[in-house]
Design a protein around this ligand. Sequence first.
Ligand code: HEM
Length: 436
Amino acid sequence: MTAEAGAPALVRAAAPEVDLFAEEFAADPFPVFARLRDTAPVHHDPATGLWLVSRDEDVRRVLLDTVTYRNDNTLRSVVPLRLPALRIMDRVGFKTLPPALFNNSGDSHPALRAIVLRLLSAQQVRLATPRIERITAEELDVMAADLRTTGRHDLARGAARTVPVRVMLDLLGLTGLARVDVHTVADWTDAFITLFWGRTEKDRQRELAHQVAAFYTWLCELAEIRDAPEDSLLAALARQRTPDGGPLSREVAVAVCSNLLVAGHVTTTQMITTAAHRALESRVHWPELAGDPTAAGRWLEEILRREPSLTAWRRVTSRETRLGGIDLPAGAELLLMLSSAGNDPEAHPAPERLCPMRDAGHRHLGFGLGRHRCPGAELARVEGRVFLSACADRFPGLRPASPEPPPFLRLVSFRAPARLDVADPHPHREGHHETR
Ligand code: HEM
């Protein structure tokens, strides 16, 4: 039976129209998620060729079955890139990233994942926490100065972005080696996700491709460094041996670094931005977070359930299989809608309510599940807790700068406010916290 023939007629008749790049979908995807779950839980989207998997139960099944559902397709551009953009990246030798972590269902995955798990272990994160607190305090100083001088601050491109980039460079032992500023790294990684997970016009693609090419060139230079500190990512990659005893290829080292830099900052920035946006919007929750990392942690879990930053992720079937009542051929490309799963009433009663006391035992899929579950989850949680509790403590009167809802990113796998302008009508109240 073909995949299409496998879809029951009634289900197909009621299937909603979905435009994964639409402004309305980015701003409010929840009605579409509900219709998909109710009428077409495994739905073929002709625009992208992806099968949209929207029920919690099905998403879990896929994540746990790494034989039938491989991750080889996760880093392919969602929309085919045009020749001029491809040529720009080709010129610096960037064709594709070889299997590393996100796109690796093969035998080399466990050893590479073990390096990352060591670097990001709970103990390493605990040791790094004072540094995360210091970086956060310094970036909140910058935010305070911005609020004083311009009357507003864009959290999405300001403090919520610079903190995760600095923390990532610090944890990977790259701070002294990076030789580029934090905003450049952030711009490169933003360009990377926009090019590969967005739908962009030719000229914009070219612009983004130049940034991605610069990012790749910088990563290649990093991978050549031989005197990195003993406990850094670069030293661990240099020590790593392949099964035949040889060193890792430069391409694989570059792929691991890029996986970590992109995944490590983009998703954390977006989680903090969404969490701040919803807490400020409600007015009730912002003061509750002030100086209370535990309350901030509970708020973050709800955000990770309802509006996770990695909103959907891909898999590809290695053989014919059946999912959610639909027969899928081998090679079917799936989009696992983690955000829809987090709003599935079968798994989370009254999902539309953000309840920080909801005791789901972290049952949401915001960090994935199984073999590829996020190794940076603990780090992201600590960064989010430190940031939100410190920011709400320091700026108790912070408000959205405009009554209009912020614009959201229009990308297939990432979701958060693209801009989040905030203002502080009572700036004098935060003065005593300043450290410089
Ligand atoms: C709020 C922040 C974050 C979110 C929402 C998030 C989400 C996820 C999810 C859903 C996966 C599973 C992907 C899959 O099943 O294929 C994943 C994997 C991964 N994440 Fe995160 N992540 C976050 C932060 C981080 C951080 C801070 C790092 C690194 C420092 C990181 C590094 C990775 C890596 C390397 C993988 C691939 C693991 C593998 O395939 O074995 N993430 N992340």
